[in-house]
Design a protein around this ligand. Sequence first.
Ligand code: PSU
Ligand code: MN
Length: 307
Amino acid sequence: MNRYLDIAPEVAQALAEGRPVVALESTIISHGMPYPQNVETALAVETVIRENGAVPATIAIIGGRLKAGLTADEIEYFGKKGVEITKASRRDLPVLVARGEDGACTVTTTMMIAHMAGISVFATGGIGGVHRGAETTMDISADLEELGQTPVLVVCAGAKSILDLGLTLEYLETKGVPVIGYGTDELPAFYTRKSGFGVDYRIDTPAQLAAAFHAQREMGLKGGMLVTNPIPEEYSMDADVINQAIDQAIAESRAQGIHGKATTPFLLARVKDLTGGDSLDSNIQLVFNNARVAARTAVELAALAKA
Ligand code: PSU
Ligand code: MN
């Protein structure tokens, strides 16, 4: 067992008994939503996971310890401290751990710590990807590299068009990551159900998702699987409204010279401000929707692993 890792007792017991567990990230708590909605959402997502038959494991770095499974108090702490907590991607882990600091886990570090703990399903909102203009900035999220090398099934709502969705799909293809549409042939664009880009495969049930991921692991293929689950129709946003906000946010980030790890949080915060509370409500609902699919898939996967 990794001596830097703490697995919460309930999570450890579930894993030991082969019961389904779903990982959740903490960057969405400290950097993705305002307090107190971030804490309310994080706790409610855990409830959704439980209602669908799995044990939740929110993942974070606290005092230099890699944590798989947080208490309600720890979630409150992450939500309250917000952006003061370092956004931790792969390259941040060594120094944060050595110094005994806190870190909010992105998709990358959540996949890494989930895998260390033995958790194979992870639900989130949106993933990082290839940024628009990456042909000159080279801004490509470490999330795509992690999907290429760590065997975790990630359920998300697609990617926001703050990214270049076409290039993001090309990159995932190069890395050998299957991009699945859950009940759709089209890549969802987070706030909207459609993007104009096709996915690799459409899969309609959690059992079939589990079967594909199980086969991938049994063949010993490295890397993850990306399940893109469209936001429920009733919460989806008007494409023109959202795309206008995104275009303005990108123009502002360029004018202000925003770069590096600040880019994604800057764009997400500006889009949220420009669209008012609407985008926050949509964001919360799509996370619940992803948690349902992830938990049901984890249930099916646990059954396959036992068979
Ligand atoms: N995209 C979203 N919401 C998010 C993120 C991305 O729509 O919360 C967060 C996730 O934690 C993701 C990270 O892993 O931002 C990617 O950051 P970067 O682009 O700097 O790799
Ligand atoms: Mn980046």
